[in-house]
Design a protein around this ligand. Structure first.
Ligand code: GLA
Length: 416
């Protein structure tokens, strides 16, 4: 299958921050020919709604211009070979016998996804892929979701499939230029669940749907509002006068290490003790009246999630009415709740939020993503991002003797 170079270039140019040359050069260097297709999937910033997704709650996110790009071609021998610009080891395995390889842990994501697609009835052969990432690892911008989603898209381009709630439908037909129609809105949700199953079952992190949904449904300059009970998505404009600045503490977050899974378990136990299916069904007043049914730990974990659900709903109203001061306040409250109730912050993240709070250019800041390290999200008045980053870097270095990595991110379209 060779769809020609033009098409490849067109797809790559859809995004502002796509590394055309890097991923293509890597592919050519490794496999000695041009790739047949390519796909890109953005990382995400969790704007508000921390650890609400697996509690069937509400969350707001942005797809950002840090992304993973893959270039790929089919193979006739049923072998999958993956090379990454970031990791030295190559992953090579047969599509018919997929197993973990501790020497190439990053390939677990692709493997888990191929297994889940296979279970759904997607028929695939082998392929070669080169993977390039601009998503900083461990910064909580969800490089794993971008890897899963971009894998699903290159595989779809090589072995077209359409997804239904129960399995697969007729494969989509190519357009005259050789490209496939985009995934439908419904297929994006099904694919999000497939990615989640891959990460839960094969990688072993019991994460929710936030990361995949953000990467797939993101829109340029829009906030993605996700309802994780009804599995619906809506968009509100991202405020024009603001910039997104991500400050990376440099503390590696360790989702796989079990803290994340432990938090999830505790939330589920709290919901069970309160007699509901999930914390989504608990209002702030329900939580107070049911407090005696919970241990102190369960109460605090639940208070975080219930508070976050409330803040997301009020935050959506604040965004719609352009009350940015109020919205920013919700971000600071969210971080405080992470510190005190959910205990998924750390001294470095706390300091970053303190610095941001006392900075005149910043209207709101909080840890973003799973926590336990990683990054903070800062909403900064447009035009002030550069100076803000410098002030943050000097404050951080003074306190921790460490250089601060930070980025001003654009809000971009979802995966394609
Ligand atoms: C990680 C997980 C998400 C979500 C966030 C916390 O990013 O992958 O599913 O739970 O943490 O909100």
């Amino acid at each position: 299958m060779d769809f020609g170079g033009d098409r490849t270039v067109r797809i790559w140019h859809r995004s502002t921050a796509v590394k055309t040359s890097e991923v293509e050069s890597l592919y050519i260097e490794k496999f000695g020919q041009k790739p047949a297709c390519s796909a890109r999937a953005p990382g995400r910033v969790e704007l508000l709604g921390n650890h609400t997704d697996y509690n069937q709650g509400f969350v707001m996110a942005l797809a950002v211009d840090k992304c993973i790009t893959q270039a790929a071609s089919p193979r006739a021998d049923g072998v999958v070979e993956l090379v990454s610009a970031e990791f030295r080891q190559t992953a090579k395995f047969s599509i018919d016998s997929i197993a973990k390889d501790p020497a190439v842990p990053w390939s677990d994501y692709a493997k888990g996804l191929l297994i889940e697609l296979g279970k759904r009835g997607v028929r695939m052969g082998g392929y070669n892929a080169a993977i390039h990432s601009t998503i900083p690892l461990g910064a909580g911008l969800s490089s794993s979701a971008a890897l899963l989603v971009s894998t699903a898209l290159v595989v779809r381009d090589l072995y077209p499939y359409s997804l239904t709630e129960t399995g697969v439908g007729l494969p989509p037909s190519r357009k005259p230029d050789g490209s496939l129609p985009e995934l439908s809105i419904a297929e994006k949700m099904i694919l999000s669940k497939i990615c989640q199953a891959a990460e839960n079952k094969f990688v072993g992190v019991n994460c929710g749907l936030l990361d995949y949904i953000s990467s797939l449904y993101g829109r340029a300059n829009k906030v993605v509002l996700i309802d994780c009970l009804n599995l619906t998505v809506d968009w509100v404009p991202f405020p024009e006068g603001l910039s997104v600045v991500v400050c990376h503490s440099g503390v590696k977050h360790a989702l796989v290490a079990g803290e994340y899974n432990e938090r999830r378990r505790c939330c589920e136990e709290a919901a069970h003790a309160l007699g509901v299916h999930s914390l989504r069904f608990v209002s702030p007043s329900d939580l107070e009246s049911g407090r005696r049914k919970l241990t102190d730990l369960q109460y605090r974990r639940a208070a975080h999630v219930v508070g976050e659900n409330n803040r997301v709903q009020l935050g959506a109203q604040a965004l719609r009415s352009n009350d940015l001061e109020l919205f920013g306040r919700f971000l600071f409250e969210s971080h405080k709740s992470s510190q005190e109730n959910f205990e998924n912050s750390c001294p470095e993240l706390d300091l970053l939020v303190e610095l941001a709070k006392s900075d005149p250019a910043c209207i709101g800041a909080r840890l973003t993503g799973g926590g336990f390290g990683g990054a903070t999200l800062n909403l900064v008045k447009r035009g002030h991002a550069e100076a803000f980053r410098q002030r943050m870097a000097s404050g951080y270095e003074k306190a921790f003797g460490r250089k601060l990595e930070s980025w001003e991110c654009e809000v971009v379209d979802g995966a394609a």
